[in-house]
Design a protein around this ligand. Structure first.
Ligand SMILES: Nc1ncnc2c1ncn2[C@@H]1O[C@H](COP(=O)(O)OP(=O)(O)O)[C@@H](O)[C@H]1O
Ligand SMILES: [Mg+2]
Length: 255
């Protein structure tokens, strides 16, 4: 479904990703992990064609994302859902208008139909009844849910989520993790999720890709990652466990 080969990315002279190759199978949840600044968001932006690779290729359903015609790229955008790291809600619009935005941009549905779809999507993420509120009135977790509702507006079959649970307290984050799994089942969607919380990743991932300084250093199921002998992987998992305030949480994934 998604095939990345020898991807290189750079900002000007600075190389940010080197030789990344991986594939994501239909309905798989691939979690991209790694320390802040290692290139996760940059990788995601290449998958959705917002940045062009310096070298290497990204193919989605057999098509090179960076070489699509304007028309094909528009069709591609219509078939994927994206949640940006910042949440990316338009602050001057109500929550409902935010969710309606892709429907107005990409479909010719009549306004009353759009209203129904917006209500449905908000209900699906557990936010029924907030359509007339402004984003500033929502808590962090609610903002992420609203961003998810907007990402789901066009019934995508691929979802790209950049740090959907970062910065949320553990209970709220666990709720979002559950929602991600439910969405995968309802939409039969393929997902690429950037995360830096190990507990959360172990919970939702079919495969985990661990990045370090722009390189893919380990790729496997949660069990394989847990059993990895790679020193950096061990260190990464241990450091996360130490950071965990109650000393439990992530630790249980190391046993
Ligand atoms: N627009 C940009 N221009 C220049 N450098 C950038 C830009 N975006 C990110 N970077 C740099 O690229 C590296 C990877 O960033 P990013 O992909 O955001 O990492 P992550 O999402 O893993 O935290 C960092 O060193 C960051 O400073
Ligand atoms: Mg990022």
């Amino acid at each position: 479904m998604i095939e990345v080969r020898d991807l290189e990315a750079a900002y000007g002279e600075t190389s940010v990703l080197q030789g990344i190759s991986l594939t994501v199978q239909p309905q798989e949840i691939m979690v991209i992990m790694g320390q802040s600044g290692c290139g996760k968001s940059t990788f995601l932006r290449h998958l959705i064609g917002l940045q062009k690779p310096r070298a290497g290729t990204v193919q989605i359903n057999g098509t090179h994302v960076s070489e699509m015609s304007h028309k094909d790229y528009r069709a591609f955008c219509r078939s994927v859902g994206v949640l940006f790291q910042s949440g990316g809600l338009f602050n001057s619009m109500t929550v409902g208008q935010n969710v309606a935005f892709p429907l107005k941009e990409y479909t010719r549905l009549a306004d009353p139909v759009i209203d129904i779809v917006v209500k449905l999507k908000l209900q699906q993420v557990g936010l029924g009844g907030v359509e007339n509120q402004m984003p500033s009135e929502l808590s962090g977790g609610m903002k992420k849910r609203a961003g998810l509702a907007r990402a789901l507006a066009l019934d995508p079959n691929i979802l790209f989520l950049d740090e959907p649970t970062t910065g949320l307290d553990p209970i709220i984050a666990a709720g979002i993790d559950e929602l991600i799994l439910r969405i995968r089942d309802i939409y039969q969607a393929t997902m690429v999720v950037v995360a830096h919380d190990i507990a959360s990743s172990m919970q939702i991932a079919d495969k985990i890709a661990l990045f370090r300084d722009g390189k893919l250093i380990e790729l496997g199921s949660p069990e394989e990652i847990r059993a990895s002998r790679n020193a950096y992987v061990r260190q990464f998992l241990n450091r996360q466990a130490e950071r965990d305030e109650d000393g439990e949480g992530a630790l249980r994934y190391l046993r």
